[in-house]
Unconditional design. Sequence first.
Length: 321
Amino acid sequence: MDYTGLYANKYRLNRKLTTEERANQFHQNVKLDITPFYNLSVIRMNSTYLECVDRWFIYRGSMAAICLMFLTLTISMVFFSQFIFSPRHLIPTKSDFIWIGISLPIAIPLWLFLVWMLCKESFRLTHFPIRFNRSNRMVYVFKPNGTVLKAKWRDIFFTLGRCERMAGVQNWDIRGHVLDKDRETVLDTFALTGDTLAVSQIKHEWEFFRRYMEDGPAAIHEDVFWCHDIAERREKYKAGLVTLFFELNGQPVGQFLLSPVYFAASLGRWFAMRTSKIPVWPEDIETQCVIEQDDPYVRDASNNPEKIPMEPLSVARSRIE
């Protein structure tokens, strides 16, 4: 569970590119000799645009579940502990009010913090989609604050980004920096979907998006065999539960052992989705994203197989290595 850019390690803006970022740059016009891998990130694809989920979508609801659990627990401890431990004690006494008076100064700051954390995933948008428009060579990004970032595909500086360290090992994602006219100052930043401990794996994901924009949908459309059904509707509970399990795809023992955790997270995910609005692209963007009639490369949830694929990563990696 890596929330870099949303909770932790907020992207630093109005700064110069670092030496490491320059060394790890991904060039739009340089084809990598590897197989592209979409990593179950696509919402819909066609000859005009490719739309994918955001950096944090796979973890969505995990933090909400933690916040809801601690809110419920601490509120119960402050206001209802006397009734829980003394069933016959139904009328508040002086000691009850003293307990509440002592607890509230400690509890209120904690509650405010938990509500702040909860609102990072809830009462917002169900997801923050990224749309790659091959027709006009633009990239559109829904940001967590509800605004939409617009940038030219070839003007974006893509590079590896350092995330949180996972069990002492560095985690990575792919960042897109929008630069000032000097081509050195970072004005805005977004991250492509997915993060990983293996840089070699994330390169396959980069190549998927790069080939779509540079070579067209024919280069990658056969690899897109399942799309998230969230473009115009809220995610169904079952689909959200399965999405959480994607984090340990191909590790059945780990999935079994952590199934209670994923179940709890799925309740937080359901809450986050039901309290959030479905993102709607501005009209000017939609007018630039008209799909041609009888487009042979249309891929969306209507083309999904009956069963959500839970392909082991070992199998997926065999395709891309």
